[in-house]
Design a protein around this ligand. Structure first.
Ligand SMILES: [Zn+2]
Length: 971
């Protein structure tokens, strides 16, 4: 067994000693610049992280072999809440965190105290992660490493924010933001449990009344107020009577708390369970109808006000809950003092019609999906479908008064505006779905006064982002629409907070720039930081003038030099690094960052840099599952990267992470998979060493079968190339490793008898070596260490990492040869089948190839097929025009029937090729392979043309011969 770690360390040291991945501008050489999201060093990396970074490294190595001067740098995201949240949990001795740190990640207990400050933890884990990346063999230029709390970085971020503000993209104002009441901070995707984006929606609050008491029902569909049959309250949860801005409201206790954060004056008068109010009647402000309050358990008190208006004709939840109530046992009605006869009179009131749908979309959908319980998860889907159909195609019916005939889309706004101006409604911000802060507290919406925002809602800015996106390469390309959607949908984004590590807002230093805003153009910073670190200027002197010069070429270099005390030549050198490597060619990240980071990156580049420096591509990938399940600390199925490298080896691990799925899909990892891939690579390596040990002489003389192998090799090179363009790494690996290996195995079998002949030996060995060399190159991005090791064994002195990426040699593509070889492959299969069916141990196999007149008919069939006129009648008539064939009047129709069937199944390009190839001498072909057949089946092989006078045909099989399909007799 090979010791992967030994090979890996050997090559990592060699790469490192030679500094091969340290990249600087090379005049006249094209560059390729790619980056991947820098990690938050708040815990060690596990296998789940390995995928995104490995894919980036594969990409880097592939481009390098294509001849590009590739830059792949790395840095550390210290700023933001992820590190702080983790430090807090550690200081609080959170038992789950301790268990993870001590038992899963094996952090020595006596080192834990080092992790109790933000910088301490971030430093500790960044070193740990770096070591992991080095052991994975990532081809990173480490000279460009930095952290986001470095003084130079802060000056750079200040420059970014001043630029954004100059362009009018930073605004201050009141705005709803996701907020953690415990942490006292705005909350973004990176701050939440499960990385869920807190999505804020503005709900309509419709004021149903009982005397002077308001029941504020929250809805996203105010136009359906005309179809309300009742109000739902959850009988089992806590409601409160509160004074809200002078009115008396009934809302859930959760809602009362949230209303305060939304800027309302709230005073609690009394508390009670919802059940207390069931059975009371309310007035619908738009119809003046009296409607009852009824109980429903689906009502979530954390959702908006906890008061829900029931529109069974258009809301599946309401319909199911109402039907369920109607069918409840008597005790339920008694419990709430409800009259069953009254309830059963409540019928859906349809107020929206859709062409082609029934009276009520909701009722139809519920029946179609067979839903009977208000807690059935299918209701979510039913609701979405009904809403979407009605929103896009619905019109209001005549029972909606002045809104009749309006589209739902228009009526929604009109009804809402009218109700608000009449005092019947107001609005309330809330999250569409509940989200938890990393601290464990529920995220709520807070109206933020004087908050600083980046205004991604700016229409002109959105236009730039769309323009940039249109010119970008998006991989996987299916996701392009998702980016477009996010660009349209983004509004304001709170960009500062009052705690944490990071850069203060330059004009309001009490605010710290938050971590999804200080990480959007730092790809440019890698290009310049190496020289800045070498020159070590005073950070305070790196004012806007400096960054304007190195990034935008603005200003007078002499003046910049005077201010920064950096020599002009050095300034020019820094600028040259930027202009050489920018624009960014590919940004890698996980797919979950499309709604924020990746799209923010597009926006911010477009705001600050001229078009020629806008990013050119994004590559994202799905996540990693562990044996089919999501990886999570609670499931205890996390494997730290460091452990996995030690256990499986970096190359088997890299290959496992890449081979299980294309980028768009989630990859399913399992230890068994990594082990079996390790075994495969082990075999590949052993075999390669054997091949490498056999010397090759100059005399090469190809036989057909050699040409076949080389032609197949081109096919797989071609496939691998096509796949790599879209980073379809799974397909590349399959072509390069598994499919190619199968053909190589076939070739080895075919030439095994020939190898005994001295004059063939050398050529065969040459072909095998050629295949191996290509294969090793194609695998280099995936298994870089093993590839170097084999490359060295093959007698090469340079690193394979910089060898030329294989491209197909068109001259070696021999479709004809492959076509002929297929006859042999099919024949082998036929013989095997016969042996299987008959169960005999053969002592002789006879092949009978088709005679001349059959070929004539076959050629005619091919011609007809190409003209699109192939049918049995035409083929027979065509054949009878030929005198020789006419003489075979009796045999032709049967043959024509089977040939038409065969040719119809033949692909167009094969038909064309076979026509070009004409009549084939199948006897010669099979005779060449006779040794192979003999060896395969351990018996005698005879080959006849069916019309040979000396044919031996005891079982009368010869007449079954067809072109491309010899008849076979096994005895
Ligand atoms: Zn919190």
């Amino acid at each position: 067994m090979v010791d992967w770690n030994v090979i890996e360390e050997k090559w990592q040291k060699k790469w490192d000693d030679a500094g091969v991945f340290e990249t600087d501008p090379i005049e006249g050489k094209s560059k390729y610049y790619l980056t991947v999201a820098y990690p938050y060093p708040n815990s060690p990396q596990h296998i789940g992280h390995g995928r995104t970074y490995t894919l980036t490294d594969v990409h880097a190595r592939y481009r390098r072999m294509q001849g590009y001067n590739v830059l792949f740098p790395m840095a550390w995201h210290f700023t933001g809440t992820p590190v702080i949240a983790m430090v807090e949990r550690l200081k609080n001795r959170d038992p789950r965190l301790l268990q993870t740190f001590l038992n899963i990640y094996n952090i020595p207990e006596d080192q834990l105290h080092e992790l109790e400050t933000s910088v301490g933890m971030a430093t500790y884990f960044s070193q740990e992660i770096k070591l992991g990346m080095q052991k994975m063999g990532f081809s990173i230029d480490w000279r460009r490493e930095f952290t986001t709390i470095d003084p130079y970085y802060s000056k750079f971020i200040e420059w970014q924010f001043k630029k954004l503000r100059e362009k009018g993209y930073i605004i201050q104002g009141s705005h709803p933001v996701g907020w953690c009441p415990r942490c006292g901070n705005p909350v973004g995707q990176h701050d939440t449990v499960g990385d869920k984006e807190p999505e804020i929606e503005e709900f309509s609050i419709i004021k149903f009344r009982h005397n002077d008491t308001v029941y504020p029902a929250a809805t996203l569909r105010p136009e359906t107020v005309f179809g309300v049959t009742n109000i739902w309250l959850n009988p089992d949860v806590l409601y409160v009577e509160v004074k809200v801005d002078g009115e008396t409201w009934i809302v859930s206790a959760d809602a009362a708390n949230k209303l305060q954060f939304l800027g309302h004056e709230v005073e609690i008068i009394s508390e009670f369970l919802g059940s207390k109010l069931i059975g009371n009647n309310l007035t619908n402000p738009m119809t003046d109808d009296e409607i009852p309050i009824l109980p429903a358990t689906f009502v979530n008190p954390k959702n908006a006000t906890g008061v829900v208006m029931s529109v069974p004709a258009h809301a599946p939840f309401d319909y199911v809950a109402l039907e369920q109530l109607k069918n409840s046992p008597k005790q339920i009605f008694e419990k709430y003092g409800l009259r069953q006869s009254e309830i059963s009179k409540l019928k859906p009131i349809s107020l929206i019609s859709i062409d082609g749908w029934g009276e009520s979309a909701s009722v139809d959908m519920v029946k179609k999906m067979g839903i009977t319980d208000q807690n059935d998860p299918k209701l979510g889907k039913a609701t979405k479908e009904v809403y979407s159909a009605e929103y896009h195609n619905g019109k209001l019916r005549s029972n909606t008064g002045q809104y009749a005939n309006m589209t739902v889309e228009n009526a929604k706004e009109a009804v809402q505006e009218d109700m608000i101006s009449d005092g019947h409604a107001s609005t309330m911000y809330d999250l569409i779905e509940p989200v938890q802060c990393r601290c464990g507290s529920d995220v709520i919406v807070k109206i933020f006064e004087n908050q600083w925002f980046i205004n991604y809602g700016d229409q002109g800015w959105k236009a730039l982002a769309h323009e940039n996106l249109n010119n970008m390469e998006i991989i996987p390309k299916e996701l392009r629409r998702e980016y477009d959607h996010v660009i349209d949908w983004l509004k304001r984004k709170a960009c500062a907070r009052n705690v944490g590590m990071g850069t203060p807002l330059p004009w309001a230093p009490e605010w710290i720039i938050e971590s999804l805003s200080d990480s959007v153009i730092y790809m440019s910073y890698y290009t310049v930081i190496k020289d800045i670190n070498r020159i070590k200027p005073d950070a305070e002197k790196l004012t806007e003038l400096f960054w304007d010069y190195i990034y935008l070429g603005l200003g007078d270099v002499e003046a910049v030099s005077n201010i920064t005390e950096i020599p002009i030549t050095e300034l020019e050198k820094i600028r040259e690094q930027f202009t050489y490597f920018y624009p960014l060619d590919a940004r890698h990240s996980g797919r979950d960052l499309i709604p924020n980071h990746l799209t923010f990156m597009i926006f911010n580049h477009d705001a600050i840099f001229p078009r020629e420096n806008w990013p050119k591509g994004i590559v994202v990938n799905g996540s990693v599952l562990m044996e089919g399940s999501k990886m999570s600390k609670s499931l205890n199925n996390i494997i730290p990267l460091a452990t996995a490298i030690q256990q499986f080896g970096a190359d088997p691990l890299r290959l496992s992470l890449m081979i299980t799925a294309e980028p768009l899909k989630d990859a399913d990892f399992s230890p068994e998979l990594a082990k079996s891939i390790g075994d495969n690579l082990d075999k590949f390596y052993t075999n390669a060493l054997q091949i490498a040990a056999i010397p090759i002489e100059d005399e090469i003389e190809y036989a057909e079968i050699d040409m076949w192998m080389l032609s197949r090799l081109q096919k797989y090179i071609k496939e691998a190339n096509e796949a790599m363009i879209e980073m379809k790494v799974r397909k590349t690996i399959h072509s390069a490793l598994y499919n190619l290996n199968q053909d190589l195995e076939w070739y080895m079998k075919r030439v095994a008898p020939q190898k005994l002949r001295n004059e063939r030996k050398n050529t065969i060995q040459y072909v095998i070596r050629k295949v191996l060399e290509t294969q090793v190159k194609l695998l280099t991005p995936f298994t870089p260490h093993l590839s170097e090791e084999i490359w060295e064994a093959l007698g090469n002195e340079d690193f394979i990492a910089f060898e030329k990426w294989p491209i197909p040699d068109e001259k070696l593509i021999r479709q004809d040869t492959e076509e002929l070889e297929n006859i042999i492959r099919d024949s082998i299969e036929d013989v095997k089948k016969i042996i299987n069916v008959t169960g005999i141990t053969p002592y002789q196999i006879s092949f009978y190839t088709a005679t001349g007149w059959k070929w004539k008919v076959y050629m005619k069939a091919l011609v007809l097929s190409q003209k699109g006129r192939l049918d049995i009648g035409t083929l027979i008539r065509d054949s009878f025009k030929d005198d020789e064939l006419k003489a075979r009047q009796k045999e032709i129709p049967a043959l024509a029937r089977t040939l038409v069937e065969d040719v119809k199944k033949t692909p167009v390009e094969t038909v064309k090729r076979r026509l070009d190839m004409g009549v084939i001498n199948e006897v010669n072909l099979i005779e060449d392979a006779a040794g192979f057949f003999q060896k395969e089946f351990g018996c005698d092989v005879k080959i006849y043309n069916e019309s040979d006078p000396w044919v031996e045909d005891p079982a009368n099989r010869a007449k079954r011969a067809k072109p491309y399909r010899p008849a076979i007799y096994v005895a």
